[in-house]
Write a protein that binds this ligand. Structure first.
Ligand SMILES: Nc1ncnc2c1ncn2[C@@H]1O[C@H](COP(=O)(O)OP(=O)(O)OP(=O)(O)O)[C@@H](O)[C@H]1O
Ligand SMILES: [Mg+2]
Length: 459
């Protein structure tokens, strides 16, 4: 991939000259002739390097520099200065510019500085990549929330991670973070260098599940033209995450029990046992005791799996976590949607804290995503929060005026379908026609959205 350079100078001839010179040696270049234009371009595209004139009309170079670094602190900026602006150049370095060039430089100098600066950029990226990789091992950075309830969970994860082989059962309502916790157990364990393979027991048809888990020998059945390894074999040395374990078919449960007990299994059609070393993490949002009573889950398997048990409390039992997690999602959304939302109004915070969150953290994530998109300024207000949340009777009373939804569109009598149609159009407008994003916000699948667009004749 070509490295991308932005050149900012109010003199068009100069920018074109520099641009040509850099393009000749293989960089992709763009030019801007004002600070304002540069900021717009930086918001919309990713550049590896900027050459920035210090003296610009209206928004000057230093201001552009500050704004640019606010958007991306890792951005590499080389200032271009003329005689008499050396002091500003020093100031620019203090703000965070990488280097400066005295005007009058020749093309060779420009190319050398570009090359050196881009090497720094490459290094910076590698470092942040390593940091990212590293942060996945430490609980406090990945799992948000420091409420007493969540602290207990995190402490437990750390302990569980240090045990090498013992099975783990993660229980919690839907959306509480079971998958996240499973990854934490794996990533903070000595197995993190090896893979964790997730298998969703409710998503794979029963007929395929056995071969998925255990693999098969060539000729085991008509379609078995070659030997195929199952996930237990592939995850050797690492972890297997059996999500929604309550959906595992009764036929397979004894076979899983055998793996847990003996750390060995047999491929379908195989004649010998294969020894493995895997940790099994299972998760469920069902009450497994009830499943045992109903006869759909084996009691012996249950006790084997829950040697170590992590129970994640529902979000309403850790109210202190709601706002910090919401802010995490705001940061993520700011990046994804190029927004600059700074926070949540006091009223909106109060509403978030008093809601009962049946969909837990996942619901919070969806509601914040929607709010980030609807919010046109810096603070998320109560009216940006979804309707279902606003209409819920809360422990604290919310001012009546604040409860009016901006989603209900019309006073005139209209059909439910008409409201749905208008809401879909409105949502599509908010996300600039991006159907995937719209579907996510509307919490329907993309194919459902497509059908509805067809039904309502929306182009
Ligand atoms: N404490 C937390 N800090 C940060 N993000 C979280 C936290 N808990 C959950 N999340 C995020 O919320 C979303 C839902 O979490 P996850 O998928 O792990 O839940 P789950 O319990 O597996 O849900 P389900 O039962 O629906 O499968 C994910 O995007 C996850 O990253
Ligand atoms: Mg899950």
């Amino acid at each position: 991939m070509k490295e991308r350079i932005l050149i900012v100078d109010d003199e068009e001839d100069l920018t074109l000259g520099y641009s040509k010179c850099l393009a000749k040696v293989g960089y992709e270049t763009k030019t801007a002739n004002s600070g304002e234009d540069a900021i717009v371009m930086l918001r919309e595209e990713i550049f590896d390097l900027i050459f920035l004139d210090i003296r610009l009309p209206k928004m000057d170079g230093l201001e552009v520099l500050k704004k640019a670094l606010e958007m991306d602190p890792d951005l590499i900026v080389v200032m271009m200065t003329a005689h008499g602006t050396v002091e500003s150049a020093v100031e620019a370095m203090r703000i965070g510019a990488h280097h400066y060039l005295m005007k009058g430089f020749d093309h060779e100098e420009l190319r050398i500085v570009a090359k050196k600066a881009l090497e720094v950029n490459q290094l910076k990226r590698e470092v942040s990549h390593l940091k990212l990789k590293d942060s996945r091992r430490y609980p406090d950075t990945a799992i948000f929330g420091n409420s007493p309830n969540m602290k207990k969970v995190k402490d437990l994860i750390k302990v569980v991670a240090t045990t090498p082989k013992t099975s783990v059962l993660i229980q919690g309502e839907s959306g509480t973070g079971k998958e996240l916790v499973a990854w934490a157990v794996h990533n903070w364990s000595a197995r993190s260098e090896k893979a964790m393979i997730p298998i969703n027991c409710s998503a794979i048809p029963e007929a395929l599940m056995e071969s998925e888990l255990f693999g098969f020998e060539k000729g085991a059945f008509t379609d078995a033209k070659t030997m195929k390894k199952g996930v237990f074999e592939l995850a050797h040395g690492g972890t297997i995450f059996l999500d929604e374990i309550s959906s595992m078919s009764p036929n397979l449960q004894p076979k899983l029990l055998r793996v847990v007990e003996t750390q060995s299994f047999r491929r379908i059609g195989g004649v010998s046992d294969i020894k493995i070393n895997v940790r099994i993490i299972a998760a469920t949002n069902q009450d497994l005791m009830q499943c045992i009573k109903d006869g759909t889950f084996r009691e012996d398997l249950y006790y084997r799996l829950k040697v170590l048990e992590i129970v994640i409390p529902p979000l309403k039992e850790r109210v202190e976590d709601i706002v910090p997690i919401a802010k995490l999602f705001i940061d993520q959304n700011n990046r994804e949607f190029s927004k600059k939302i700074k926070g949540i109004s006091e009223e909106a915070e109060r509403l978030l804290k008093s809601y009962h969150w049946p969909g837990n953290v996942r619901e919070l994530k969806n509601i914040i995503e929607r709010a980030t998109i609807l919010c046109q300024d810096e603070i998320i207000q109560i009216e940006h929060l979804a309707i279902e949340l606003q209409n819920v009777p809360t422990q604290e009373s919310i001012p009546a005026a604040a409860v009016t939804s901006n989603v209900v569109i019309s006073e005139e009598p209209v059909s439910l379908q008409e409201i749905e149609k208008r809401h879909i159009i409105k949502t599509l407008e908010k996300v600039n026609g991006n159907k995937s994003k719209a579907a996510r916000i509307l919490e329907i699948s993309r194919s459902t959205l497509r059908e509805k667009l067809k039904q309502y004749g929306i182009a």
